[in-house]
Design a protein. Structure first.
Lengths: 662, 493
């Protein structure tokens, strides 16, 4: 059963090796086709897996079983061991669908977008590497395997952000992305070490019975008992350390600084890595460790909630003031991922004993649901932005405006995705976001209302972006020598596919949510693995829809016209606020100051100086001393017999005297 | 057993002889490894295999006795790979080619001899044999302030040797007194295990520091940046790749194996020093501007991690330490080979003067990126498995009698973990600066990419690094029992 899943990982690996070794000698088309075909097969296999997993198997007591088709010891570590394997459970199968779909779309899209670029083969090689690593991450059977692939996705991201390596900003951005996430990963590693040491296992089999081939491995509760005995704070500490790692990857405040800069990479890469898949790894990690969080560290979950709330608000505020379309989307991504984090954080156990009651189910399910829908519409938005950049050769909103006439397909798909992210009923974002807000309301009305407010900001800045690109004044100067045109078919087809998914999922889940049908997202993915029927809370749904529509109207009122008197007046009234938001509230400068001024100037440089002058100086001084001593003794060896005689006699006399005295 | 076959005949076809010799050595080491694995699989559990012993100085019971266990086998394999690739890396070396290779060979003889000896005195002799050629190799064929560096390196290492011989004589003498059997034989002394604790405490620092100088133990590492910076390519490769491992190997095989109580009592002091080495080396590397200095400090950090893991005295950590020796040996050799090739073309190693090499010499640049990623511990390369084994092993290490408190080892591990971030900083800084970007110096545009002999060296090393990183279990299975046997005899397991 599921033995074919190994090819899901092997195919992209193979394509990476082939493209990496022989790619440079291939024609662009051949290289692209190798990458795309292998990914196409991966996608087909993923869909077969999902179909078989969700529909082909009987659930035991209504719970989806966890399968481990492969698991072998890669590196023995004393009584621990580092395994590689494949684990299938609802969330990993769901992630398979997300990753393979978006990745395939990006592979196809890149044919058009990267057409004629130098290093086309290299690009496809890195895409394959990334896809392989990301699949390895979600299919991991243990936390160490997750960490391993976590590092690999980090490096693929580094290589892809720095794809345009002759350009200075790309180099700086790739370096920053890698180092910031590495910094977070250090905490992740320490968390893993702590966890491994106290729990005596890296495995994920705490969630329930795992079917390994034929036999079953029992729940590792005994091991956890050891950790609990060592002190109740051990598991929460380990989990929070791992969360810091996740926060780095998922760009939570204040470790988010790398993501906006990562937009220096090619746009399809931003869609795949920095919107749909890699950046949600942190959310996925928490979802993976969720049984432990909820059982052993419920208090620590408030950290996740508040980090999420702050990030969501901060990123939404910054997104309102950016002028580079990819940056707006980047901050929007940060804000949306924070929504997922908050949703996970608010899924607390209802009361002692009943661990996974309805309440806990809701937040977890909503988070995963939002992860799914967000991946689709955000990838669509990014790919749409790629078409626009392709057409006008710039990222700046100022050079756009009025594009709807030239790029009808891009326009429609972009608009639908904006409606989805704003949370309008019948689009996928509505269902998932509404569930998140409901979960927050149940957790605490304060969080709930804050999140509703942020959702309103989301609708506002997305429509500001939309109107800025497709409406408003056409920039005649920029278009003088070259009229914008619709993108080629390879680029528009992925847009259409993603939009269809967004609308299809949206329509079905909205109706299912109101009518309380089964078969919606909750039937597949839920914290307990059981069938969870989504039903909307009418009050909350109505409120958030009205608020979303109001803020869209507001954005329309301010930004739709050819002239934008209100926007200009707002800038004039609050220049400082606008400037601060535009500068991302100076987060980058603060980090820059800490790293450059403090670490480089005040730590590294003195250490290097200390090494050369003090430590080395000591040894040079010793050498000098020995040399000097040698020099001074040298005169004694003069070869002068009379001098020797004098010394000899003096010495003998002294010796005799000493002996006499004794 | 392995060596001395091909010392004499370096006449005209020096390169030919050198390649044949190095290939023979490599083949022999591979054969040895396979033989060793088969023996072990066949159930031969003797501590040392392939032992041979013949006395050569009766009055003091000095014998030429050799033998290998899992640790020495992998070290021999490492040395052969480095010698093999080093030969290719110094293909185009001009003046006095024959003499150069002669000394180079002598150096490797010393290294091989050291790893296979089981007699303290023979071991020490080979150790000296490995050190002396260094002076000439750097002094004659080096670059920059070569006389100064060669002198400094030799003097500091000789200082280490002086401490070492004192320590060795101490072991010999006191073992003789308490057991009545004066011998230099390593396993016998360990089996006697009769030197009292307070005497061990005196000699442990002598030996540990003696070997530690070579293993770049803070604060005795300062020969390393100057030495590496001045040494010719292949010598840097062999020195950082293999010679520095002599230090770690010696610390474990002599200091900790023969003086177990002292090791338990005093390890915390050295643990602090090595933790400093790890972080300090990495931080220093961040601000250097000479490529070789960066790598020398990086070696200080990585070799510090070797000693750090050895001192943890847990089976996993020691296995990790040997893996790290192997992995660092290969990676550093790769690095120095590439730096040598870049320097040979551009005539500068200053990162401020280099830029955009990716466009001019893509092969070397890609090699450099791979070396860099391997160095910062990317999964799939050897660095990752070595570091992870070390961290997991050290974090779970049992507190020993001398430790200031029970969580001391955990804290030290967490501090050492910081190095993974700093390593990323200095590696990416260099990669971004010298490889990426636009070409600034127009003269560089005329430079060529790697020649075939250079490609052989680079590909061979990358292959080894990736191979070890992808299939770590067979090496780990070789090392781990050997480490276990020794730790058991020390009594910490």
């Amino acid at each position: 059963m599921f033995s074919y899943t190994i090819f899901i990982m092997l195919l992209p690996l193979l394509s990476f090796i082939v493209l990496g070794l022989a790619g440079m000698k291939m024609q662009h088309k051949v290289a692209g086709l190798i990458g795309t075909c292998s990914l196409g097969m991966v996608t087909i296999l993923s869909y077969i897996t999902a179909f078989q997993y969700f529909f082909g198997l009987d659930r035991v007591n209504g719970v989806y079983q966890t399968f481990v088709p492969y698991n072998f010891t890669w590196l023995p570590l004393g009584n621990l061991h580092f395994d590689l394997g494949i684990l299938l459970d609802p969330i990993s199968v769901m992630m398979l669908i997300v990753i393979s779909t978006v990745s395939l779309m990006v592979h196809i899209y890149s044919f058009g977008y990267m057409h004629g670029e130098k290093g086309f083969q290299r690009y496809y090689a890195f895409l394959s590497l990334f896809t392989m690593s990301m699949l390895g991450l979600v299919l991991a059977t243990n936390i160490f395997q997750m960490y391993m692939f976590w590092e690999l996705v980090g490096v693929s991201s580094y290589l892809l952000i720095g794809f345009y390596y002759p350009l200075k900003p790309a180099i700086a951005a790739s370096k920053k992305a890698f180092i910031v996430t590495r910094f977070a990963d250090m905490f992740f590693l320490v968390g893993i070490l702590t966890f491994g040491y106290f729990v005596d296992s890296f495995s994920f089999n705490f969630a329930g019975d795992i079917v390994m081939g034929q036999g079953t491995t029992p729940f590792i509760e005994g091991n956890l008992a050891k950790a609990v005995a060592a002190g109740g704070f051990i598991i929460p500490t380990a989990l929070v350390l791992m969360f810091i790692g996740g926060a780095g990857k998922s760009a939570m405040f204040p470790l988010h600084i790398w993501l906006p800069d990562a937009m220096e990479g090619p746009t399809p890469v931003s869609a795949l890595i920095h919107a749909a898949t890699m950046v949600v790894a942190g959310v996925f990690q928490i979802a993976r460790m969720f049984p432990l969080w909820i059982e052993y560290a419920p208090q620590a979950m408030s950290i996740v909630v508040w980090v999420g709330v702050i990030t969501a608000f901060y990123a939404a505020a910054v997104a309102c003031a950016q002028s580079d379309i990819k940056r707006v989307l980047a901050f929007s991504t940060i804000s949306q991922i924070a929504f997922m984090m908050v949703a996970l954080g608010v899924s607390l156990p209802g009361h002692h004993g009943a661990i996974l009651d309805n309440h806990a189910q809701l937040g977890y399910m909503a988070s995963m649901f939002h992860l799914f829908t967000h991946a689709m519409f955000k990838a669509c938005l990014f790919l749409g932005a790629g078409c626009i950049i392709h057409a006008v050769h710039s990222n700046e909103m100022a050079l756009m405006g009025g594009l709807r006439k030239y790029m009808p397909i891009t326009h429609i798909t972009f608009l639908i995705s904006c409606l989805a992210i704003a949370g309008i009923p019948f689009f996928s974002g509505f269902s998932s976001k509404d569930e998140i807000i409901t979960a927050c309301m149940e957790y605490s009305p304060v969080v709930g209302w804050i999140m509703t407010g942020i959702a309103a900001m989301t609708a506002f800045y997305m429509f500001r972006l939309y109107y800025g690109i497709f409406w408003g004044t056409e920039n005649k100067e920029a278009h003088a020598h070259h009229t914008p045109h619709e993108a080629p078919l390879t680029m528009t087809i992925p847009l259409i596919v993603l939009t269809v998914i967004t609308v299809g999922v949206g329509v079905y889940t909205t109706i299912a949510g109101f009518a309380e049908w089964g078969g919606s997202f909750g039937s597949f993915v839920s914290a307990a693995g059981t069938d969870y029927t989504i039903h909307f809370n009418m009050q909350i749904a109505a409120t958030s829809t009205v608020i979303a529509i109001l803020s869209i109207c507001l954005a329309t009122y301010i930004y739709k016209g050819e002239q934008q008197p209100i926007a200009d007046r707002l800038y004039a009234t609050f220049p400082k606020l606008h400037r601060a938001a535009y500068k991302r509230f100076y987060q980058d400068e603060i980090w820059q100051y800490v790293t450059h001024r403090i670490i480089f100037r005040l730590v590294s440089t003195p250490i290097a100086w200390f090494d050369r002058h003090v430590v080395d100086g000591t040894f040079n001084f010793l050498a000098w001393g020995a040399n000097e001593a040698g020099e001074s003794i040298r005169s004694w060896q003069s070869g002068d017999v009379r001098q020797y005689a004098v010394w000899f006699i003096t010495g003998s006399v002294a010796l005799t005297l000493i002996l006499l005295c004794i | 057993m392995l060596v001395g076959l091909w010392l004499a005949k370096n006449v005209n076809q020096v390169r030919g002889v050198m390649v044949t010799g190095a290939s023979c050595l490599l083949a022999l080491s591979v054969w040895l490894t396979i033989y060793f694995i088969q023996e072990r699989a066949a159930g031969n559990t003797a501590e040392m295999l392939l032992t041979y012993s013949t006395p050569w100085f009766k009055p003091l019971n000095i014998a030429y006795s050799v033998g290998v266990d899992g640790i020495s086998v992998v070290m021999l394999l490492l040395s052969s790979i480095i010698v093999f690739t080093g030969t290719f890396a110094s293909w185009q070396l001009k003046p006095l080619t024959k003499e150069y290779f002669l000394w180079f060979t002598l150096l490797s003889t010393g290294v091989y001899g050291f790893f296979i000896s089981t007699d303290l005195f023979t071991m020490f002799m080979f150790y000296e044999v490995a050190l002396i050629p260094m002076y000439l190799l750097i002094g004659v064929w080096g670059s920059g302030r070569k006389e100064y560096s060669a002198m400094k390196l030799t003097l500091m290492l000789m200082g280490g040797s002086a401490l070492l011989i004192l320590g060795l004589l101490g072991i010999y003498y006191f073992n003789g007194i308490y057991s009545g059997n004066y011998t230099f034989e390593l396993t016998t002394i360990a089996a006697n295990h009769c030197i009292p604790g307070h005497i061990q405490n005196i000699f442990f620092p002598f030996i540990f520091i003696g070997f530690g100088v070579l293993g770049a133990l803070f604060p005795f590492h300062t020969w390393s940046p100057d030495g590496h910076a001045s040494a010719p390519t292949a010598v840097s490769m062999l020195h950082a790749g293999v010679l520095m491992k002599l230090g770690g190997y010696g610390c474990f095989r002599v200091a900790m194996y023969l003086l177990p109580e002292a090791a338990q009592d005093l390890s915390w002091i050295f643990l602090i020093l090595t933790t400093i080495s790890v972080v300090y080396g990495a931080l220093s590397a961040c601000v250097q501007t000479d490529l070789k200095y960066i790598n020398a400090y990086s070696s200080v950090s990585h070799c510090g991690l070797v000693l750090f893991a050895l001192l943890m005295m847990s089976q996993t950590a020691v296995t990790g330490a040997v893996l790290q020796m192997l992995s660092h040996g290969l990676m550093t050799a790769l690095f120095f080979a590439l730096i040598g090739m870049i320097y040979g073309r551009t005539h500068t190693r200053d990162i401020r003067e280099l830029a955009g090499l990716m466009k001019i010499m893509p092969f070397l640049a890609v090699g450099y990126v791979i070396a860099g990623l391997a160095n910062l511990g990317l999964p799939g390369f050897s660095g990752f498995i070595a570091e992870m084994t070390i961290f997991v092993g050290s974090f779970g290490a049992h507190p020993l009698s001398g430790d200031p408190n029970t969580s001391f080892r955990m804290v030290a591990t967490i501090i050492a973990c910081m190095s993974i971030v700093v390593t990323a900083v200095y590696i990416l800084r260099v990669v971004g600066k010298i490889l990426y970007g636009e070409v600034e110096n127009k003269h560089f545009l005329e430079l060529t990419d790697a020649t075939w002999d250079e490609r052989v060296a680079v590909i061979c090393l990358i292959f080894c690094v990736a191979g070890l990183g992808s299939f770590p279990f067979w090496v780990s299975d070789m090392i781990s029992p050997a480490a276990g046997t020794i730790l058991e005899s020390i009594g910490v397991m």
